[in-house]
Every structure is written in C-alpha cells, then in structure tokens.
Design a protein around this ligand. Structure first.
Ligand SMILES: Nc1nc2c(ncn2[C@@H]2O[C@H](COP(=O)(O)OP(=O)(O)OP(=O)(O)O)[C@@H](O)[C@H]2O)c(=O)[nH]1
Length: 600
C-alpha cells in the first residue's frame, strides 16, 4: 500500500479537442509507464469509434509513477472523464473520486462551453484546479488573453497557468511537478475502518467479464473478499485486483486513496451502478457515499432493421452492446409500417449516434432510425400520469388533460458576429432567454429550451449558423406544460407511425408543411399519384401531391445490350432494399431522418 501522502488523484477537464487525450499520452510517456514502442497515439481512447471521432466516451484510468524533485516517488492516478454533454453524470461521478483537476484550455481557442461545464463540475467536487494552456506551439496561440479569460469567465486564479504543448512535449515536466506540489493528497482515509470504495466505472471484457474501476476511501480491498454493492445489493467474491499502467497489472490489495480495478464474476455492466458504494458483505460500512443517482436515458427512438430477416441478429447485437453500457435501454417495438424493431433509450444524441453506428458497422445491420423523441408526461383526465416514450402510444386526445415536456438550460458561447443568428435559432426553437453576458469578444447566452426542440438537429444547426464557432452545453431543469399535439403523416392516405411526432400547436402547420415538402422530394415517383399529408387528429393541416410516373430505368438502354440492362435492373433492386413498403408506396430509408430536419 502506498502512504496516502504520496498519492495524487486527478482528472483532466477540457472542452472537446483542446488536447486532453494528447496531454494524458504525454504524461504516461514521460514517466515511462509505457515502453516507447508500445506508445500509440491516444492510448486512453480504446474504442475504434472513439478513435475515429476523436471523442472520449467512457472514463478510463491510468496509474503513473513519478519521481518528483523532492526525491520521493509519487503515485499519480489519472481518471480520464468523457468530454461530451451526454455523459455529464459520469463526469460528475468520476470527479468525486479524485481531489484535483488539470484544466486544459486550448490557447488558440480560449474558454468554451464545455470548459465551463466541466470546470464547474470540478469546482462542485471541491477540486484544487491547475490551469494549463495547451497548444502554445501554434503561432495563433494567445496565452495572455486566455489567462485573462480564465480569470474573468471562470473566476479562478490563472497567473500561474502552465504553458505547454502536449504535441511537442514542451512544459510537461512542469505539469507533473504541479500535480505533486499543487494538488492535495486524498482526503482522510482510514485503512483500519470498514471498507468503503466508490464504483467509478465499469466495462465488459470478453475474457474477464465485468471489470470495475474503484476508488478506495476507507479500508482495504483484497483478493478473495466478499463484497457488496450498497445500492444494487449484489454480493460478489473478488477474483482479481489490479491497476492500469495502462495495461492491467495485478496487485495484492488497494488501500485508502488508491484507484484500481477489480473483477468478481459480475455478469453484466447493468449490475454495477456508477457512483455506488462498495463495502464488504460482513462488517461493512454503515453509510454509503453521498449523492448517488442512476443515469437515466432522456432521448428515445425506434431502431428497425431495413431487412426484416435481420431482426434476430439485431437483437443479439443490441444485447451485446447493452452488456457494456448500462445507460442504454431497449425493448421490442412493433410498428405497423416498419415491422419489428426496438425502442431504445439514450443519454443524449451523441450516445444515440454512437450506438447506431456501432450496430451498423460492427454488426453489419442496416437500420431505419425513427425520429428521436423525449419522454412526455401525459396527464389524462382521470388524474393519471403516463410517461410517453413513443408518440405512437399517445392516449386518445379526448382523454388528455394536459401534456408536460422536459426543458433544459442551455449555455452557448459564441463570437459576437454570430450572436444574432444564435438568438434567432433559440427563439425559433421556443426558447426563453435567461441570460446574456459578454466575455471578451464572445457572448455567453443562457436559454431555457424544450429538449424536444434540441434533440434532433439543434447541434447541427448551431454549428452551421456559427460556422462551427459556437460551443454548447446543457442540463435538464424539469417538466413544464405546453400546448402540444400529435402530428401524423399520411402517405397515400395511410398513417406512417414512424413519422408521427409531438409538436407545439403554433408550429404544427409550419412543421407539417416542411415535412410534406421534404417527403415529396425524397419519395420516388410511383406509377400512381401519391398524396402526402400532415394531420392533427382527423384534420389535415398540410398536403403535397407526388405526381405519377412510369419509372423504367432501362428506357435509356436502347439496342440489344442485355448485360447492361441486367446490371441496371440489379442496381435498382439493390436500391430497393433500402426502401420500405408502406401500403403500395415505397419510402427510402433516408426519408425518415431527412424529413424531420428543419431548415429554420
Ligand atoms: N499543435 C498542437 N496540436 C495539439 C496539441 N495538443 C493536441 N493537439 C491536437 O489537437 C487535437 C485534439 O486533441 P485531443 O488530445 O484528441 O483532444 P481531446 O481534448 O482529448 O479531445 P476529446 O477526446 O474529443 O475530448 C488533435 O488533433 C491533437 O493532435 C498541441 O499542443 N499543439
């Protein structure tokens, strides 16, 4: 066991792309934790998709040994936290497992929305914070300006911010020394007290089963111990204990202040709740660590296989994915139009995209994604509340008393030049302005927005109206009543349930019209006329008509080239696979998503 005075536990907080992973790599490299030949870029981002997209999804941890200038060797435990808004809860939990943070700010960009969100989470967790200005190798870097900005906007001391280049390695030794001298050792920690450890994270390993990352607060975690998860009540025998360096290395025990992993024949990640308290089954601690709450999905959508024969494969794939991701939920859904599929719940849009991509890529299943939706509270006249996950399940309108929708508080940082466009976008999405302040040449806008207006393409719109210069972060603030109605889309007089959605009454006509126009462009002409309508209850509020056409792809191939003709017909057949039959009409896969994108 390492004496607590020689342990430092920390995390790195940063906005996406400000260099968190690169800095982590350098710290690992400089302390010789990994042999030079094993050094891969971005060691901590293990999953392929993370690597490709350059985003960190799940928290990781690594133990670094650092011989400091005072002649002592310190154990530095870095917990790498996810950088995206969807995973805010995971971030706040892992922050509670450490005592300090390096605040990395890109010196060419300055403070962004996620810098703020993450650093406030760190401040909430009582962290000591060491500001680090990264990318000073770039000519565009302005360390002085960013230093001032950190002081003005975040309100923390920044005159002693460390200037580094995570890319070239410049300044990295100063960062290591600052971790030891400026961050505190773990608080308290009584090795003789009953075991109390925090479940920081868990992941599924095909060989080892579930691997749990823990931070010991009191007591000692040992091999063979029978442990108990205080919230879920599960009990397990510890098989392995170890630390990540960053490869797994077994150790005999973990004492107070230490961070490492355990395996204990736990079958699925679902049995481990981030933030739960681990103790021994017998003579365990009495009170769990404070502040536990399970992370709950907020965005729902239907995922259907394009080819109905893929349903069973899709079930296997989804079950496998869920093994490793407790925050992702699913249940079988049937749609009149799309057949069998799954209604899935996600922490946010990015989470949805990641899962969808993995199903398509790793499991090779073509999917139709229905419109993402939030959970509405529908109160019926008999006083009951129904949590509506799917617009298709809406109770009969005559029985409904009122509908409440989830609202968020969104913080957007944007250069002055684009402020007008951002305000318009938020206004168009039924936002209420809460605050508008300036930080240098940037404005910070705070809006109260319906989550429903944000889940679909708000990020995309925000990025495009600000040419990528705005940054965005949000938190849920609760439910509020509004005038919401269910809008149906009818194609050739048949309702397409996968396109049904809840909209605000005042915006229904506009949305309905936009969707009918889009669908008219997206649905290929058939040999008969197809009406496309938007309706609320029995009332049609928008209508387009797709003219009839005889579509013969081989018409252009006059002459006797039979092989060419065959090829064209095959191509057409392959294209058809991507379509779904609705009554007599075929609707292409992309129509389900594109039709919902708004141009405002
Ligand atoms: N020029 C320069 N580029 C850097 C430096 N540090 C990081 N980068 C580059 O900036 C980009 C983002 O760096 P990452 O380390 O992936 O950023 P991150 O904050 O971990 O991003 P997420 O994992 O998405 O949160 C990469 O292309 C890096 O190569 C630096 O000091 N100088």
């Amino acid at each position: 066991m390492t004496p607590i005075s020689r342990i430092r536990n920390f995390s790195i907080v940063a906005h996406i792309d400000h260099g968190k992973s690169t800095l982590a790599d350098r710290l690992i490299q400089l302390t010789g934790t990994v042999a030079e030949r094993d050094m891969k870029e971005q060691l901590l981002d293990a999953m392929d998709i993370e690597r490709e997209r350059g985003i960190t999804i799940k928290a990781n941890t690594v133990r670094i040994e650092y011989p400091a200038k005072d002649g002592q060797t310190y154990i530095l435990n870095l917990i790498d936290t996810p950088g995206h808004v969807d995973f805010a809860y995971e971030v706040s939990r892992s922050m509670r497992a450490v005592e300090g943070s390096l605040l990395v700010v890109d010196a060419t960009q300055g403070v962004e929305a996620q810098t703020l969100a993450n650093v406030y989470t760190a401040i909430d967790a009582d962290h000591e914070i060491v500001p680090v200005l990264n990318k000073i190798d770039l000519p565009a870097s302005e360390p002085e300006r960013v230093r001032e900005q950190i002081e003005d906007v975040i309100g923390i001391e920044a005159h002693d911010a460390i200037e580094i280049s995570a890319k070239t390695g410049l300044g990295i030794p100063d960062v290591l020394e600052a971790i030891v001298t400026r961050l505190p050792p773990p608080h308290g920690g009584d090795a003789d007290a009953p075991l109390k450890a925090m479940l920081v994270d868990s992941k599924y390993d095909p060989y080892l089963g579930v691997v749990v990352i823990v931070r010991v607060v009191d007591g000692v975690l040992k091999k063979g111990q029978r442990i108990k998860m205080m919230k879920t009540g599960g009990t397990y025998d510890i098989d392995r204990i170890g630390v990540y360096r960053p490869a797994m290395q077994d150790v005999a025990e973990l004492g107070p202040g230490e961070i490492g992993y355990i395996t204990a024949q736990i079958k699925q990640v679902r049995d481990t709740r981030v933030g739960d308290t681990i103790t021994t089954e017998k003579k365990g601690c009495e009170t769990p660590l404070p502040g536990f709450k399970p992370s709950i999905p907020v965005v729902f959508c239907g995922l259907f296989p394009v080819d109905a024969n893929d349903f069973e494969d899709m079930r296997d794939a989804i079950e496998k994915l869920a093994l490793n991701d407790a925050s992702f939920t699913f249940e079988v859904e049937t749609s009149a139009a799309l057949g069998f599929g799954f209604r899935c719940g996600f922490l946010g849009l990015l989470h949805l995209e990641v899962i969808r991509d993995r199903l398509e890529r790793e499991y090779d299943i073509d999917l139709i994604t229905t419109a993402p939706s939030v959970i509405y509270h529908v109160f019926t006249k008999d006083g009951e509340r129904h949590d509506l996950h799917n617009p298709a399940d809406m109770p009969d309108p005559s029985k409904i008393d009122r509908i409440e929708e989830p609202r968020i508080k969104a913080t957007i940082l944007v250069p002055d030049d684009y402020l007008g466009d951002v305000l318009k976008l938020c206004q168009d999405r039924r936002g209420l302005q809460l605050d508008l302040t300036y930080a240098g040449a940037r404005a910070m806008v705070v809006y109260d927005l319906p989550l429903n207006e944000v889940v679909f393409d708000f990020y995309d719109r925000l990025k495009s109206v600000t040419k990528g210069y705005a940054s965005f972060d949000y938190q849920m603030i609760g439910y509020r009543e509004d005038n919401l109605v269910k809008m149906q889309i009818l194609v050739n007089d048949e309702p397409v349930d996968a396109l049904a959605m809840l909209v605000h009454r005042d915006r229904a006509e506009m949305r309905g019209r936009a969707m009918c126009e889009k669908l008219k462009e997206l649905i290929p002409r058939h040999m008969f006329k197809i009406p496309i309508q938007a309706a609320i209850g029995g009332k049609v509020i928008a209508r387009e008509t797709l003219a009839a056409l005889r579509k013969d792809v081989t018409a252009k191939c006059y002459g006797g080239d039979a092989t060419r003709k065959k090829k064209l017909l095959e191509k057409q057949k392959a294209g058809k696979k991507k379509m779904r039959q609705f009554g007599k009409v075929e609707i292409p896969q992309e129509a389900f998503i594109s039709a919902l994108k708004m141009d405002s």
